[in-house]
Design a protein around this ligand. Sequence first.
Ligand code: DCP
Length: 218
Amino acid sequence: MNCANSRPFTVLVEGNIGSGKTTFLEHFRQFEDITLLTEPVEEWRNLKGWNLLDLMYSDPAKWAMTFQAYVSLTMLEMHRRPTSTPVKLMERSIFSAKYCFVEQMKRLGTLHPAQFAVLDEWFKFINTEIPVEADLIVYLKTTPSIVYDRIKKRARSEEQCVPLSYIEELHKLHEDWLINRTHADCPAPVLVLDADLDLSQITEEYKKSEHQILRKAV
Ligand code: DCP
């Protein structure tokens, strides 16, 4: 099906670090007529040979701004990427960058208020001037201690220094944004899934979202 003239039904997949966003997207690879845009972590790990993710975790005060500026650019590129399918599934968004990660870094003081102000102006400009479409947010809700264990197990080298408290605060920011709705402009309705379940049970949970996501593709 070619949707060159109509915009795709756009789903943003959100949740804490290690909540299974990539696994969720992979579940939808079996279906036709759906574009999967996984998060560009590999681009963040290799920008002209520089590992920005590693620099950010190694020296946050120095590199958080650079990292988030690049994340915003790569997320915006994904939001704006043309697709020929009627459904587009995206891992994360410019919104979680702003409401969760940049907010967290401001609160921790790793972003100087002046750096935060610059990023905030970028977000405001994007929000008002550049169309960023979202029709549904799938929130993979988790318990911080569970994702903390997963992060330790998957052993992505850059994340080994991340403490449980960081994951707990990020969890609260996701909850504030997607459940408590503390920001006026939540961009789409939110479908909450239990992402604490382990791999043997999670497929059944993912299936609960198929109807809402695929309704435009079938
Ligand atoms: N990150 C960040 N700021 C952002 C987005 C991500 O600091 N705006 C960091 C947090 C992680 C890494 O990038 O160290 C990737 O985090 P994600 O939660 O986006 O992706 P995961 O790979 O953890 O997703 P999942 O395990 O749910 O598939």
